[in-house]
Unconditional design. Structure first.
Length: 496
């Protein structure tokens, strides 16, 4: 058994280390050294005995309702300079969110509603030859890889069933090869950790569409663990779930505390996620000192997807912005997990689009004084986009990555603040902060010369409020509602 697991680990480590060696121009000696170091790190890990733990003790863990990013609702109407401050009721009357995003209204920029991920196709016959490819859809994008068949048990209902299934996968050359092929497909698209989970899910749900949900979950579990992630399998009656830890907090998703760590619950598409809170979920006990793999990182560092152009044209006063963005990113990002605002700001989806935007703004702002340039950018963001809360427009909380504001005709305060603070730093080179008030995301900027206006000090540095959602305001003007509030700092753009 140990020899089989050793082969699985070596296969996964080899594909990762080869890719690293190729990307850095490393030699075979470097590759071999990395491979041995990788094995030594894993040899005492849980993978050597994973099937035994699946056969062993399973413990119930308490579930917790997903955390909210903020309990204070965002303003339904965007405020303008000169407005009388609105007195907020103690219990705001908030209209329930719509079931889905509304149809976009006519707007100066073209709008396309993101397409949901297609329903998985029926699985193909298992009698394929190694030279035949298997094609499936990943958010509407075609993915082709060698046709690989693994034996998926038709019925898994007990912990021992999952242990038996793991042993079958671990002793199967095809299952190990499948890890390598899926990793290669993910590498080509430069998918991050979470999107690799989505890719595995798309593949398994397509290839084994006729298999029971518990069997598909068992295969997803094996593949993700083989890719190096600390993913657990959980059981609740006849239902199986995946338990996934992340480096970030994930809002609005139920989780369990296992060994002091949050594991977020992911169900099969056939199970209503709302049913989780009433379920008792158990998972196998693993040694606390074992190397169980890594948590997933939600941040994005670039996506390399087939290109589908979407044109954007934005203008306000003397500034304009136009170009194209790859529309294939938007279905993938539409239901992306909610994470802290700072991690949306830290992520880069399409570096070339950002570079083009920075170039355009630098050209138009060239020669302007610092404060004039800051206020030009500020009022562009205020005026070029229509305001709507996520609940009103999408029907759920939907923070945008920088690139998404170029696609949707409406956005809220955090989307504007993420867009604006990036521009302050990358176009003008000015230190700034992404800040939050109760129910509102804003921005502030460090200026080379002091001005009169609303400001605060952070680590000895003065930052002036510069709010891209306060229509008609200039730098140094805070919304009256928050003028007596001390902002929280989500992210700081500055030299490290």
């Amino acid at each position: 058994m140990k020899n089989r697991i050793f082969s699985t680990v070596i296969t996964a480590l080899a594909s990762t280390t080869i890719a690293m060696a190729q990307s850095t121009g490393g030699s075979f000696a470097d590759f071999r050294k990395g491979l041995l170091e990788g094995y030594n790190a894993y040899r005492n890990g849980v993978l050597e005995r994973y099937d035994q733990f699946l056969d062993g003790v399973w413990t119930d863990f308490e579930q917790f309702k997903g955390e909210e990013s903020s309990s204070v609702p965002k303003p339904e109407r965007v405020p303008s300079v000169g407005d009388v401050p609105e007195v907020k009721p103690e219990k705001p009357d908030v209209t329930p969110p719509a079931a889905k995003a509304p149809e976009p209204k006519p707007s100066p920029k073209p709008v396309a509603t993101p397409a949901p991920q297609p329903e998985p196709r029926q699985s193909k016959p298992s009698t394929v030859t190694p030279d035949v490819n298997y094609d499936f859809s990943f958010y509407g994008l075609p993915v082709s890889m060698p046709a690989i068949d693994v034996h998926v048990t038709n019925r898994l209902s007990s912990p021992r069933d999952f242990g038996t299934q793991w042993r079958e996968f671990a002793g199967n050359d095809n299952a190990r090869r499948l890890i390598t092929e899926l990793t290669s497909a993910a590498d080509k698209m430069t998918l991050n950790d979470y999107l690799r989970y989505e890719l595995v899910t798309s593949y398994v749900d397509s290839k084994y569409a006729s298999s029971p949900a518990t069997s598909r979950m068992a295969l997803k579990h094996f593949l993700l663990v083989g890719m190096g992630y600390n993913v657990r399998i959980g059981l609740s009656g006849s239902n199986a779930v995946l338990l996934i830890p992340f480096k970030q907090t994930v809002y609005a998703r139920t989780y369990m505390m296992v060994d002091g760590q949050k594991f977020y619950i992911f169900t099969d598409k056939s199970l209503d996620p709302k049913a989780i809170l009433s379920m008792r979920i158990s998972t196998c006990e693993l040694p606390k000192n074992a190397d169980t793999g890594n948590p997933m990182d939600l941040r994005i560092a670039g996506l390399n997807l087939p290109y589908k152009p979407h044109r954007y044209d934005l203008k306000f006063k003397d500034l304009s912005l136009s170009g194209e963005v790859n529309a294939n990113i938007f279905p993938i990002l539409y239901n992306y997990p909610q994470m802290p605002t700072a991690d949306f700001a830290r992520s880069t989806v399409l570096a070339d689009v950002r570079d083009d935007i920075v170039r355009q703004f630098k050209s138009q702002l060239d020669g302007k004084e610092e404060l004039e340039a800051v206020n030009s950018l500020l009022q562009f963001v205020q005026g070029a986009f229509e305001y709507a809360t996520d609940e009103a427009f999408h029907g759920f909380e939907k923070p945008y990555f920088f690139e998404e504001i170029l696609y949707y005709p409406k956005c809220d305060c955090e989307d504007r603040a993420i867009f604006y603070t990036y521009l302050l730093w990358n176009v003008l080179g000015l230190e700034n902060q992404l800040i939050n008030f109760p129910g509102h995301e804003s921005a502030s900027v460090r200026l080379s010369q002091p001005i009169k206006g609303d400001a605060y000090k952070h680590d000895g540095t003065t930052y002036y409020i510069s709010d891209p959602t306060y229509i008609g305001s200039v730098t140094g003007m805070c919304m009256p509602t928050y003028s007596r509030e001390n902002p929280g700092v989500d992210y700081t753009y500055k030299k490290r």
